[in-house]
Ligand binder design. Structure first.
Ligand code: SF4
Length: 328
């Protein structure tokens, strides 16, 4: 039975355990509910980069910060499909397409994204999009095109949200997640640690995610990549034990969710990452670019999998592949 009424006290009791005990417990839950040696490899393409009107303090794509990111208009469908094929050849079973938009608009660009979804789904990959806020009709259109998952991170706790983003509210975030769920898409939603948030905020974020019913099928846990030019460039580096603690707690709260070790992997050693897999992480982003920040390449990850005895998880495990329906 999955639990959806976690209290702050319940979560604290898990989160505050001595680290070794926490990892052991999370590893046990992971073995009970999942094929623990399977790790999903996902690839991420930035289909529209930079120039975003939002003010997320961690993000190099916000137009208002002066960062290394150059704005690019929406990619062509063929280019995306070619990249998807390469990602699949590298072992990826999921492709996430990210556009630096505040929200989806019903225009030609959105029609192009629907076509990308349709064509990548035809490659037998799980297709995920992250396009900002959307309404129910737009979520339904994506579902009809064959989208498998929609990513929309809550980022942090509700209390800390205003410190990081002022151009939208936490409720806007949750509303989009509701629209996504109503359209029968799977949800990918997680957050970032290292934004200057407190222990209470980390617990608060896990509470929001683990009380969604059903749980998000995917929860990315990112560590801040401190990009020069963003307001958070001088934040201290997140100690790896904080990340492991978050992953292990997420694993115990949401036993069957795919917990994704996301941004920040570039700064982690093999043994750091092994600890995360032990604590229940069962997905990574692969490819040498993670939206606009560096990431380990496919070859390095293949070596890591060989050393640790991990296998890539297949697409659509235990679920039905979505069929594009209404688009012709
Ligand atoms: S995180 Fe997304 S919404 Fe926020 S500034 Fe970056 S691209 Fe825009």
């Amino acid at each position: 039975m999955m639990k959806h009424n976690w209290t702050v006290e319940d979560i604290e009791a898990i989160y505050d355990k001595p680290l070794m005990e926490l990892i052991y417990e999370a590893a046990t839950v992971h073995r009970q509910h999942n094929a623990y040696a399977e790790v999903q490899i996902s690839s991420l393409i930035s289909i529209k980069t930079g120039g975003c009107p939002e003010d997320c303090a961690y993000c190099p794509q916000a137009a208002r910060y002066n960062t290394h990111v150059k704005a690019h208009k929406l990619m062509e469908v063929e280019e995306v499909v070619e990249t998807a094929k390469k990602a699949k050849a590298g072992g990826s079973s999921r492709l996430c397409m990210g556009a630096a938009w505040r929200e989806v608009r019903d225009n030609r660009d959105f029609d192009k994204v629907l076509e990308m979804v349709k064509q990548v789904n035809a490659l037998d990959m799980e297709v995920c999009c992250t396009l900002g806020m959307l309404n129910y009709e737009q979520a339904q259109k994506l579902a009809d095109a064959g989208l498998y998952a929609y990513n929309h991170n809550v980022d942090t706790s509700e209390d800390y949200y205003d410190e990081i983003i002022t151009t939208r509210t936490y409720q806007d975030r949750l509303k989009t997640l509701e629209n996504v769920r109503k359209a029968n898409l799977t949800i990918c939603s997680g957050g970032i640690i290292g934004l200057g948030e407190s222990r209470k905020d980390r617990i608060g974020m896990l509470k929001v995610l683990s009380n969604l019913q059903p749980h998000p099928e995917s929860v990315p846990i990112n560590t801040l990549v401190r990009v020069p030019g963003t307001p958070l460039e001088d934040q201290p580096k997140v100690p790896v034990q904080d990340l492991v603690r978050m992953i292990a707690t997420a694993r115990i709260l949401m036993p069957k969710t795919v917990v994704r070790l996301s941004a920040g992997r570039m700064e982690m050693s093999l043994s750091d990452q092994a600890l995360c897999f032990m604590a229940g992480a069962n997905s990574i982003f692969a490819g040498d670019q993670l939206l606009t920040t560096p990431n380990p390449d496919f070859q390095e990850d293949k070596q890591m999998f060989d050393i640790l005895g991990l296998q890539p998880r297949k697409a659509f495990k235990d679920v039905e592949k979505p069929e594009p329906s209404k688009l012709s």
